[in-house]
Design a protein around this ligand. Structure first.
Ligand code: XIL
Length: 301
């Protein structure tokens, strides 16, 4: 195969990227997007601050641009993210208790309903667990509405868009550690109690402070063994040259080795598209030329 998307498709997987609506008019950007990728994730356009800037008033214009373009091109869409402590509009940041809980449920319902039938997988809840060794939930305004906020969000998403796969998504859960084990225990509990959950997303933002670890595949596999799909949702790896290429290849091989790993999404196209302020963590350079890391992924697929 000659592209990431076709090579992944031959292994029954998708290969996706985060997309920013305002970059779609850049022909280099959209050319690579059309050629290489079979799934897209709106990078910011579906977040709470973007879709409900004023309570009860929904704006889907930018996200619709990405979704309609993807559907027209036969690309899957990962919806990102329905309930999250970050990138909330100011009005939500200022709510608490029942008012915030009701606002969250309404938000999940309205956004999932708007895109009903168009989304392959939703990140229903993003980043709800604390870093470090506690295994606790992250403190947030949503968490303070009650520990059941995550399952309430999943049930609302299922009711609004029954065909979409519903994912929990987080970072620093890529290896076997206290945080990923806490997420694992939540999935065990949800499965036991019939809370709808179909997939777990592993962001996989790797850098020298949080590197790819040797237990990456084993961690994906232990989640898959619970009966959920696993997806690599926001992959980027700081570095360059052969070391970076080797890490991208290792991630790719890990996904292919886990039957229920259904796809890989990189968090941007060119190094200059990355959310990282500096560095070169993606598969294409600033001119849109494929890097060594690109070739390594294509070879591994
Ligand atoms: C990032 C975007 O890439 C940036 O453009 C934005 O300024 C901040 O958010 N985890 C997530 C993503 O789930 O939504 C984040 O995206 C990166 C970390």
């Amino acid at each position: 195969a000659t592209t990431l998307g076709t090579a992944a498709a031959a292994k029954n997987r998708y290969f996706g990227t985060a997309v920013a609506a305002y970059k779609l008019s850049d022909s280099v950007y959209s050319g690579i997007l059309n050629r290489e990728f079979t799934s897209v994730t709106p990078e910011n356009e579906m977040k709470w601050d973007a879709t409900e800037p004023t309570q009860g008033t929904f704006t889907f214009t930018a996200a619709d641009t990405i979704v309609n373009r993807a559907v027209a091109n036969g690309q899957k869409v990962r919806g990102h993210a329905l309930a999250w402590h970050s990138q909330q509009p100011a009005w939500a940041q200022n709510l608490s208790g029942t008012a915030l809980r009701n606002a969250m449920v309404n938000h999940v319902t309205r956004v999932a309903t708007h895109y009903q039938g168009k989304i392959d997988s939703w990140d229903v809840v993003n980043e709800a667990f604390a870093d470090g060794s506690s295994g606790a939930r992250r403190d947030s305004n949503l968490q303070r509405t009650g520990n059941d906020w995550i399952e309430v969000a999943f049930r609302a998403a299922r009711a609004a868009d029954p065909a979409a796969k519903l994912c929990y998504n987080d970072y620093n859960t890529d290896g076997i550690n206290a945080k990923s084990t806490a997420v694992y225990n939540m999935v065990v509990d949800f499965k036991a109690r019939g809370v709808p959950i179909d997939c777990v997303g592993f962001q996989s933002h790797f850098n020298p402070q949080s590197p790819l670890t040797a237990d990456y595949q084993a961690n994906l596999q232990r989640f898959a063994d619970l009966g959920v799909d696993v997806q690599i949702t926001e992959l980027d790896i700081e570095g360059s040259g052969s070391a970076q290429a080797d890490s991208f290849a290792a991630v790719t091989r890990a996904c292919l080795a886990v039957t229920r790993c259904t796809g890989i999404t990189v968090w941007g196209i060119r190094d200059t598209d990355s959310w990282r302020a500096s560095g070169t963590p993606l598969l294409f350079d600033g001119n849109g030329n494929p890097k060594q890391a690109y070739t390594a992924v294509l070879t591994a697929l």
